[in-house]
Design a protein around this ligand. Structure first.
Ligand code: PDD
Length: 284
C-alpha cells in the first residue's frame, strides 16, 4: 500500500489512481494547481490558496468553480489518512477529458480533480539553516505567470540548469529585472528596507509573500514593492525566497556574488521565525 490519494471524489491507493490519456492536463497543460503546507497536521493559509485557485480558474474560463467546503474536507481527509504531520498537500484541477482540439471544449467537461500528500521537512532543513545559492537565467515563460498553471517545463529546466552548475535554484530575469524564483518569490533587503517586485502578470502572487509582507510590517520593517536588477540583488545586505514549501529561506549567493557575509541574514532569520509563528496561529 502506498499513499492514499484523491481522484474525483474517491480516495484510492496511489497505484490505483488513473486518469484518461485525453485529459487536457496531459495534452495542453490545461490544469491549475495549489500547494498548501501542513504543520502539526494542520493546513496553512488554506482559504487564501483556494481563493487563488478560484482566480486562476476564472482567468482561464473554467466552466465552474469548486466548493471550498468540499476542498477543505478532502484536504483534511488526505492529511488524516496519510498521517501527515509536516509536508504539503498538492491539488490539481484540470479542465477534464475531451477530444484533442486546441480550443476549449464547448460541451462542459467534468473537471479532473486530483490531490496527494508529500512528506517534507519544512521547519528544519539545510536550506533554511545554511541558505541557498541561486543563479540568474532568462525568464522565458509566457506572460501570465500570475496564473498558477502546471505549465512548469521552463521552471523545471531552469532549476535543473542551476543544479547542474552547482546552485540550488534559479532567479529568472525579464527586461533586466528579477521576476521570481522557479517556484518561489524573490526578495532582497537593502539598508533596512525589504524589497520585493510589485505584483503584476509576470509573477505569481505568493500566498506566503502576502503573509510575509504582514510579518515585515509587524516587525516595523519598511517594505517597498519595486523591480530590482541582478546588480541590486548582488549588492543587497540580505536576500531570501518565500513559498509554501520554503517559507522564508535565505539566499547567500547570487551567481558569483556572496550576499552579506555568506551566512543567512539577521532580518531574514527574524522574518522566518515570525512567519512560522504566524503560520501556526492561522493553521486549520
Ligand atoms: N510554488 N512563484 C512561483 C513561480 C511559484 O511556483 C510559487 C509556489 C511561488 C510562491 O507561492 P506560494 O507562496 O503561494 O507558495 C511563487 C509552489 C510551492 C510549487 O510549485 O511547488
Amino acid at each position: 500500500m502506498g499513499r492514499t490519494v484523491y481522484l474525483n471524489g474517491e480516495y484510492l491507493d496511489e497505484a490505483q489512481a488513473k486518469i484518461s490519456i485525453f485529459d487536457r492536463a496531459l495534452l495542453f497543460s490545461d490544469a491549475l494547481y495549489e500547494v498548501t503546507s501542513v504543520l502539526d497536521g494542520k493546513l496553512i493559509d488554506f482559504k487564501n490558496h483556494m481563493k487563488r485557485l478560484d482566480r486562476s480558474m476564472t482567468e482561464l474560463n473554467y466552466p465552474k468553480l469548486l466548493d471550498h467546503k468540499d476542498l477543505e474536507l478532502f484536504h483534511r481527509e488526505l492529511v488524516k489518512k496519510n498521517n501527515l504531520k509536516e509536508g504539503v498537500v498538492y491539488l490539481q484541477v484540470s479542465r477534464g477529458v475531451a477530444e484533442r482540439s486546441f480550443d476549449f471544449p464547448d460541451k462542459k467537461t467534468e473537471l479532473t480533480v486530483t490531490a496527494f500528500t508529500q512528506v517534507k521537512d519544512l521547519l528544519q532543513n539545510d536550506a533554511a539553516l545554511k541558505g541557498i545559492k541561486v543563479m540568474t537565467i532568462d525568464d522565458m515563460r509566457w506572460k501570465r505567470c500570475d496564473i498558477k498553471t502546471v505549465q512548469l517545463l521552463y521552471p523545471s529546466f531552469a532549476k535543473s540548469s542551476a543544479v547542474e552548475k552547482g546552485f540550488d535554484d534559479a532567479w529568472m530575469v525579464r527586461n533586466g529585472y528579477i521576476t521570481e524564483g522557479t517556484s518561489n518569490n524573490a526578495w532582497i533587503i537593502r539598508k533596512g528596507t525589504v524589497i520585493t517586485r510589485q505584483f503584476d502578470n509576470l509573477i505569481l502572487r505568493g500566498i506566503t509573500r502576502e503573509a510575509v509582507i504582514e510579518c515585515a510590517e509587524e516587525l516595523n520593517y519598511k517594505v517597498d514593492f519595486k523591480n530590482f536588477t541582478i546588480n541590486e540583488a548582488q549588492s543587497a545586505d540580505e536576500a531570501f525566497v518565500t513559498s509554501a514549501t520554503t517559507f522564508v529561506t535565505p539566499v547567500i549567493k547570487i551567481n558569483k556574488s556572496t550576499i552579506g557575509d555568506g551566512k543567512p541574514g539577521k532580518f531574514t532569520k527574524l522574518l522566518r521565525e515570525k512567519y512560522i509563528e504566524k503560520a501556526k496561529k492561522i493553521a486549520i
